[in-house]
Design a protein around this ligand. Structure first.
Ligand code: COS
Length: 383
């Protein structure tokens, strides 16, 4: 489905698809079994421009608009959501936070490296005691002369063991969300430790870690934005992150649709391809509608960003719908495949496992509904 995409947007999409069909699709099951992608693909992805999208050329990126970014995230989701996470966390959540809130010095230090993936970033917001209630986080940053000392723990951090820099949100006063400050912490700083979390249901090729901060000392120059501005930085960045997750989910739905059509048209039962049965077509039709609807919601959000319009609620709607659609489509794709869908001979079991986290991270479906509900009613469920 195309909606007046420019030649450049279409060209990037087909370049991305060809690359991922060649470099990712043949290996994704192995990476999934190994619980690690082969990191040799990262510089190749960077060469194609995945990490530099929407980061201006003057900061080492390749520029480009958010519709192109959405197309890239969709292709990554269709191929392997574990790869999408590396890009959208490192150059998305971390890179975009620096781009919007960083000093010139911070931009020069980090953006060219994040945009070319010579360095990777991770986003340290979630803690063992605070997931949805991010404004209540308890990691602390205390003044120490001209710098800061950070202590605390972070949980479920994508790229945690691979990252060179962690964007850490820590409490600098007891003033709820207004008492949080953001810091760019090089991961080789003494006292910083990342431990990999193994045995995830999905996204097994992607590093997910627990972070421990024991008296981690950073200069004041590591502070991103003003003291007390950290929660707003996190929320603003997550709005764009939600577009990335939504687009990636479009890719999962699209992948499930393609796999189901391919299987249903060659698999015969009762003397006919199972695609001929109305109940199988029912499942496939739902996937097709979900792919279109989720894609249009993601593109609408991307277009709003490109036009400089408010996009937070559009991001929540896209993320809510697309993530739920990805779980639905993957579940139905396994149904179309029958027993064959329950093993790794086809991609649909992995799609189902990978899809499951999409309704949880970067704001659960319930949080997205409350944000949409607040926008519609003007009444907050959080206060
Ligand atoms: N962009 C910029 N600023 C924002 C913002 C956004 N998207 N959302 C909230 N803010 C600001 C508010 O304007 C407010 O500013 P003031 O202090 O000037 O009034 C401040 O942040 C605190 O806002 P509030 O207390 O109203 O918080 P919210 O109700 O907006 O946020 C929820 C509560 C639950 C919505 C929020 O904590 C959330 O999104 N939680 C989910 C976290 C998440 O996605 N975790 C996943 C981590 S990554 S895997």
């Amino acid at each position: 489905m195309d909606l007046s995409l420019t030649d450049d947007q279409q060209a990037f999409r087909s370049l991305a698809r060809d690359f991922l069909e060649r470099e990712a699709v043949p290996h994704r099951m192995q990476w999934d079994h190994d619980e690690s992608i082969d990191l040799a693909i990262v510089p190749k992805m960077a060469e194609l421009g995945f990490f530099g999208l929407t980061i201006p050329e003057e900061h080492g990126g390749v520029g480009g608009d958010y519709v192109t970014y959405s197309l890239a995230m969709e292709e990554l989701g269709r191929a392997d959501s574990a790869l999408r996470g590396i890009v959208s966390v490192s150059s998305g959540l971390v890179g975009k936070s620096i781009l919007v809130h960083g000093t010139e010095e911070q931009k020069q230090e980090w953006l060219p490296q994040l945009a070319t993936a010579t360095k990777l970033g991770c986003f340290g917001l979630t803690e063992p005691g605070t997931g949805s209630d991010a404004g209540n986080l308890t990691s602390r940053a205390t003044r120490d002369g001209s710098g800061w000392v950070l202590n605390g723990q972070k949980l479920f951090i994508t790229n945690g063991t691979w990252a060179d820099v962690a964007l850490v949100f820590a409490r600098t006063s007891d003033d709820g969300p207004r008492g949080i400050t953001a810091f760019l912490v090089p991961t080789d700083t003494p006292g910083f430790e990342a431990r990999e979390i193994r045995g995830k249901l999905g996204l097994r090729g992607q590093a997910t870690a627990e972070l421990f901060l024991h008296d981690v000392r950073v200069p004041d120059g590591a502070r991103l934005g003003e003291v007390g501005q950290g929660f707003k930085i996190a929320m603003g960045t997550l709005d764009k992150g939600r577009l990335a997750v939504a687009s990636s989910c479009v890719g999962i739905v699209q992948g499930c649709l393609e796999a189901s059509v391919a299987y249903a048209t060659q698999r015969t039962q009762f003397g006919r391809p199972i695609a001929a049965f109305q109940l199988v077509q029912d499942l496939i039709a739902d996937m097709s509608v979900d792919a279109d609807a989720a894609r249009l919601l993601a593109w609408r959000c991307a277009d709003l960003i490109d036009r400089g319009e408010p996009y937070g609620v559009a991001a929540s709607k896209a993320k809510l719908f697309a993530s739920e659609a990805a779980v639905r489509a993957a579940n139905n794709a396994v149904q179309v495949h029958g027993g064959a869908g329950y093993v790794d001979d086809f991609p649909v079991a992995k799609y189902l496992r990978d899809a499951r986290v999409m309704t949880l991270y970067e704001g659960t479906s319930q949080i997205q509904k409350l944000l949409i509900g607040r926008a519609e009613t003007g009444v907050s469920a959080f206060t």
